[in-house]
Design a protein around this ligand. Structure first.
Ligand code: MRU
Length: 369
């Protein structure tokens, strides 16, 4: 996607040195576009847990490359398979909510079953990670194509006025590899000439909305306005929102969906105001081992300092943090919440739009029959 008119992905294999994985260090956006080189498997774990990369689909792709870097590092080791198993467990625990992480790691490790030859293992981990990355890009593109008719239909009733779309957190190309999930239909609509305007929740405490979503939409010339997280309900009551689209970090078989904390409150307000609330997600974000989500999806609790401090640009142009709460006060930082399926108008997937129901979700996985 575009950054200053340059086309980019959020992660890529270094063109000259395939043993290096490049990422955008998202902790510096929107103030600095910092590209990092990851060479060691430990750096992959750090990148995921410290949120240099974030967003469920991107976490999954990054993890897949982690096994590749681990295979490169351990290629001389006589117990290469055991070391990779150990590493994959550490990798899976680097962030708990996004199912894409475990799914990607298991997928790569399954491909390695019974393999002994280090060169074969390296090639296999590399090709599996690259193919998975490209599949995820393709899935996001299809999510865009499948979600576009929803925006077109609303536009046909708007007498030329822009379609007003609200989103929460960042489920854009930064959180995936390209296109995004929630943003994919928005990018497509805009590129087709449909006027859209996006209400961007700031998404405290990490501000992925104001720092990342606003940045990437602006790079693509999509009109957007940042609002405080608590303003959404008021805008909905005033008729200023036509639809909502969010992403998903994990969706259970019954359609319950974990997403950035605050999503549930948006869904409640949308339901109260009869506004469609869509969740856009690739199949890699569906946890087919969980029957329901509200009680079963593990919700990450992050460091309370993310609440006590806010990060931004100082008047001198330096990224800095300031404390906003009384010294010594306590904070509780649940990073996600779970929206019950009943509040979701539809799941926009690469295989089409379905109901957030067990029957429809199961139909996406013919192998489960
Ligand atoms: O904590 P993060 O930034 O990794 O959270 C992920 C998210 O950005 C969202 O919850 C997103 O809407 C789902 S991932 C496309």
């Amino acid at each position: 996607m575009k950054t200053n008119a340059t086309s980019r992905r959020s992660i890529w294999v270094n063109k000259d040195k395939p043993e290096i994985i490049n990422i955008i260090d998202q902790r510096y956006l929107p103030f600095e576009l910092k590209i990092c080189e990851l060479r060691y498997p430990e750096e992959i774990i750090y990148a995921i847990s410290e949120m240099q990369v974030r967003g469920a689909p991107l976490i999954g792709v990054t993890a897949a490359f982690g096994i590749y870097l681990a295979a490169l590092k351990e290629k001389q080791s006589p117990d290469l398979q055991i070391r990779l198993q150990k590493y994959s467990l550490q990798l899976k625990s680097s962030r708990p909510t996004a199912i894409n992480l475990a799914m990607a790691v298991d997928m790569v490790m399954e491909r390695l079953e019974g393999k002994e030859n280090p060169m074969e293992i390296i090639e296999l981990t590399f090709s599996t990670a690259v193919n998975f990355m490209n599949q995820e890009v393709d899935a996001c593109k299809r999510i865009g194509e499948n979600g576009l008719p929803v925006i077109e239909k609303i536009y046909s009733e708007k007498k030329g006025e822009p379609v007003q779309i609200m989103t929460h957190c960042n489920a854009g190309w930064l959180a995936t590899v390209e296109y995004g999930t929630a943003t994919a239909p928005i990018y497509l609509a805009h590129d087709k000439g449909i006027p859209v305007h996006v209400w961007v929740d700031e998404t405290r405490p990490r501000n992925q909305g104001s720092r990342l979503t606003a940045w990437e939409l602006e790079q693509h010339d999509i009109p957007c306005t940042i609002i405080a997280d608590n303003t959404g309900g008021h805008l909905m009551q005033k008729g200023m929102v036509d639809m909502l689209i969010t992403g998903s970090d994990r969706t259970a078989l019954n359609g319950d969906t974990a997403n950035k904390t605050g999503t549930y409150l948006k869904a409640l307000a949308a339901s109260d105001n009869n506004i469609p609330f869509y969740v856009a997600l690739p199949l890699s974000s569906i946890d087919t081992s969980l029957e329901e989500g509200v009680r079963s999806i593990p919700v990450e609790i992050r460091n309370e300092n993310e609440i006590h401090y806010i990060e931004g640009l100082s008047p001198e142009g330096k990224i800095c943090k300031i404390r906003t709460s009384p010294p010594g006060s306590k904070a509780l930082n649940y990073a996600f919440d779970i929206t019950p399926a009943g509040l979701i108008s539809g799941l926009i997937t690469e295989k089409g739009i379905i109901n957030a129901s067990r029957k429809d979700i199961i139909s996406l996985f013919p192998e489960m029959d």
